[in-house]
Each structure stands twice: as structure tokens, then as C-alpha cells.
Design a protein around this ligand. Sequence first.
Ligand SMILES: Cc1cc2nc3c(=O)[nH]c(=O)nc-3n(C[C@H](O)[C@H](O)[C@H](O)COP(=O)(O)O)c2cc1C
Length: 210
Amino acid sequence: MTNIIDALHWRYATKTYDLTKKLDSTQVDMLIESVRLSPASFGLSTYKLIHVKNTETREKLKAAAWGQTQISDASDFLVFAAKTNLGEADINEFINDVSETRNVPVESLTGYADMIKGSVGSRSSEENIVWAAKQAYIGLGILLTAAALEKIDATPMEGFDSAQFDEILGLSALNLKSIVVVAIGYRSENDTYSSLAKVRQSKQNLMIEK
Ligand SMILES: Cc1cc2nc3c(=O)[nH]c(=O)nc-3n(C[C@H](O)[C@H](O)[C@H](O)COP(=O)(O)O)c2cc1C
């Protein structure tokens, strides 16, 4: 098995993808599965993952992301989108899922359901979108790690116009808002970024011991 630290040294935010190299569906499914298995606060589903397959749509999204070529040129392109109307229906659905999956009566989960409803209900919709975005970033982080371990290149990206993405992908009608996106595929041999030394803060700078 690849050492995880070696994998994290190997990975970099790919700037130029090899147009001729595509991931197969098993690889894409594995990365999607890594997001699905990511932990989330309460275990609640607060975001969706959109696999943009249409070439023309990807060109439009590129234009709404300052022309960043990863969006059109990577093998695959995924958008993390937060639910904008998170509420009781989502929580009830989740609780029913817990009940069925673990074979426990829904009534035994009332306290848990009420706690989640209290937490979600105590925040404004804007605050819940921020909360959902935090969960999405955990999924993104796990996808990036899974990709690195499998020697799949990836680019996490925030450099795009969220409102334009929502418009192009019709997300508002689905009660979703684009948060962060990721291109996945294989680096081009000509990507000079692949040989740049990693710039990271030192452990001493990162750590505070109490
Ligand atoms: C949340 C997030 C958003 C980012 N947005 C972009 C982006 O829009 N375009 C891009 O080329 N790189 C983007 N990056 C990549 C970072 O610039 C890169 O991870 C950082 O410079 C460290 O370099 P490395 O990942 O290549 O080691 C983003 C990274 C993260 C984590």
C-alpha cells in the first residue's frame, strides 16, 4: 500500500491535464465512494455531488472560472453543492435511514432527531449553508487523499463564480448552491507545477502545545 505521506508529497494541484488520458468508471466511482463515506456532523447529508459530464456545459463553467483549463481538460469534473433549504424533511429522511439501516425503531431515535432539529433550526439558512459547506470540504479532503493514494491527479478549486455556476447547472431550482469543485484525471507531462517544491509551514509553526 502506498505510504500516505508519500502520496501527499506526490499530489499537487494540477494545472494542466493530459487530454488523452481518461479515468475509467471504476476509478471515478471509487472517488465518489470516498466522498459518500466521508464523515459529517451528526451524519446528516447536507450537500450533493454533481458529476458534470456534458462537454459544452464544462466549457461554460470554465468561462465562469476565469478560463481555468482544468475544468474542461481534466478527465472528470465534480461540483460540491450545499443544500440551501436544509430542514426537518432532511432530518426525518436521515432518521428513517438510520432506523432502517440499523434496524431500530424510529421512536428510539426521537431524542437524536430533536437534537439535530434543534441545532439546524437554531441557525439561519445562510448559516446552515456555511455549515453544509464545511461538511463538503471534509468530503473534498477525503477525495483528494483517496486520489493521491491511487495516483490520480486532482485540483481542488474555489476560483469560480458560484452564482454563474448555479445558473449554468440549474442548481437554484434544486435548492443547491455550488461551494467548491474538483477536477480529476492525469497531469500533462508539460505541467511545470508538478516539479515545484511544496511550500508548507513548518511543524513548529503549525503546532501549539498546551
Ligand atoms: C479550497 C481550495 C481552493 C483552491 N482553488 C484553486 C483554484 O481555483 N485554482 C487552482 O489552480 N488551484 C486552486 N487550489 C490549489 C491551491 O492553490 C494549492 O493546493 C496550494 O497552492 C498548495 O499547492 P499544492 O496543492 O500543489 O501542493 C485550491 C486549493 C484549495 C484547498
